[in-house]
Design a protein around this ligand. Structure first.
Ligand code: UD1
Length: 415
């Protein structure tokens, strides 16, 4: 496994462009097996999680071709409703294949999903929703087995889970009747999935709201679709500029998608201006306090930017507080930041961060966003940091070291 070696203390300057969203493309790829014809995707990010998903599609019998940011999937030859452990066990999002396989075959068998270590990550909401749609789901011995053709009905989620919302939609688009999903997740990636399925011929209303209505259709065709830009990558770049200082322009940004992160960074003293699809981020140190920041479902502050913000707070001088409301176990970077000199007190879901002059250290990435956060902290620290475990970062960032180096960061890749 490779390491990143980061020399901190150099401000960023230049332009970065945001590529397609990981959390949008993964359910879209799973949904591609619902069609009878080829789908062509543009703006696909080159990430290890995307490679795993393309391998899953091949194993299901699809024809797959990928070049640069363009991907073609032809599901016409697919015949298997079973996923073996291999790549499917590696990712949380492989659970999207539950909805897609049940939607196509009325049955599915797949391993319990893996992914980053963020607490227990259960699938009870998925299972309950499927049962209400007439699909029997059993989980035993690390395997999920589902049987039954989904039928339209009213489903209410106890919590607006992103994955459960996507799975219900995937199962409903070719079911008999009308499915009304209430307390649905409103994350932009859900609207992107619905846009893709609609381009294939699905009938969906209310995408992006808390109530989604899906009228089942007998079949879906192929389509061409462009994946939305990754709002978490945009937020990560903004946090990197905040920690390092300097001035960067970020292209391919949808303003409402990044506003929650931008607002907090403005409180810290960043100057952020939007024009068309660009964000101009200017930061002069010292940073001010972010106050209290709570992670929430969209449009609140995203849990996927929480670690990056903690790294920014650790680079400031004033005290800030983070309350993590979405995932347990998402403070894995705390011991690493402490090693760099930050003072952090954790009490359940609450972390009180008092920054200081961070110094470079030997650091260990334990999950995808935490790994990116360590890079951010290292940019704002004095001296050199060596970050181990950067394979996690490649799950969700296209060459993070190269991108940040292109705007003046001093990052090299070592063994
Ligand atoms: C997706 C994103 C992830 C993001 C998260 C929240 C993908 C591939 N991943 O994950 O990056 O951090 O949304 O925005 O899109 N829960 C249950 N039971 C369930 C399902 C979820 O208790 O059946 C809990 C989870 O443990 C977690 C919370 O609900 O505490 C949110 O999970 P969910 O919205 O489902 O996130 P994911 O779809 O896993």
């Amino acid at each position: 496994m490779e390491d990143y070696i980061v020399s901190g203390g150099y401000p960023l300057c230049g332009r970065l462009s945001v590529y397609g969203a990981k959390n949008a493309v993964l359910p879209v790829l799973a949904g591609s097996i619902l069609g009878s014809d080829a789908v062509f995707l543009k703006n696909c990010p080159r990430l290890s999680d995307v490679s795993y998903t393309l391998e899953i599609l091949r194993r299901l019998g699809c024809r797959v071709a990928a070049e640069g940011g363009e991907v073609m999937i032809n599901p016409a030859s697919a015949s298997s409703w079973r996923l073996d452990a291999g790549p499917a066990g590696e990712m949380r999002s492989s659970v999207n294949f539950l909805g897609a396989l049940v939607g196509r075959y009325g049955r599915a068998e797949l391993p319990m999903p893996g992914g980053c270590r963020l607490g227990s990550r259960p699938i009870d909401l998925h299972v309950r929703a499927f049962r209400e749609m007439g699909v029997n789901v059993e989980v035993s011995g690390g395997v999920i087995r589902a049987e039954g053709r989904p039928r339209g009905t009213d489903v209410r989620l106890d919590f607006p889970s992103v994955g459960a919302t996507e799975n219900v939609i995937l199962a409903a688009v070719m079911s008999k009747g009308i499915t009304t999903l209430s307390n649905a997740a409103r994350e932009p990636e859900i609207a992107d999935l619905c846009g893709f399925l609609t381009a294939m011929g699905a009938k969906i209303r209310g995408a992006g709201t808390g109530t989604i209505r899906v009228e089942g259709v007998p079949s879906l065709g192929g389509c061409e679709y462009e994946i939305m830009p990754d709002r978490i990558v945009a937020g990560t770049y903004m946090c990197a500029a905040a920690a390092a200082g300097g001035e960067i322009e970020i292209e391919n940004v949808i303003r409402p998608h990044v506003e929650a992160v931008a607002d907090v960074l403005v409180r810290c003293g960043a100057d952020i201006a939007f024009a068309d699809d660009r964000a101009l981020v200017r930061v002069r140190h010292p940073l001010r306090s972010a106050g209290v920041v709570r992670t929430e479902v969209y449009p609140g502050f995203p849990t996927d930017c929480q670690s990056q913000l903690m790294a920014v707070m650790a680079c400031g001088r004033e005290k800030g507080v983070i309350v993590e409301n979405i995932f347990e176990n998402r403070f894995r970077i705390v011991p690493e930041l402490r090693r760099m000199g930050a003072e952090i007190r954790v009490n359940g879901p609450k972390a009180e961060v008092r920054g200081g002059a961070l110094r470079g250290a030997e650091l260990f990435a334990g999950d995808l966003r935490g790994g990116a956060a360590l890079v951010i902290a290292a940019l704002g620290a004095r001296g050199e940091s060596r970050i181990h475990g950067v394979d996690y970062i490649a799950r969700g960032y296209q060459d993070l070291a190269g991108e940040l180096s292109s705007v003046g960061a001093r990052i090299s890749v070592g063994k």
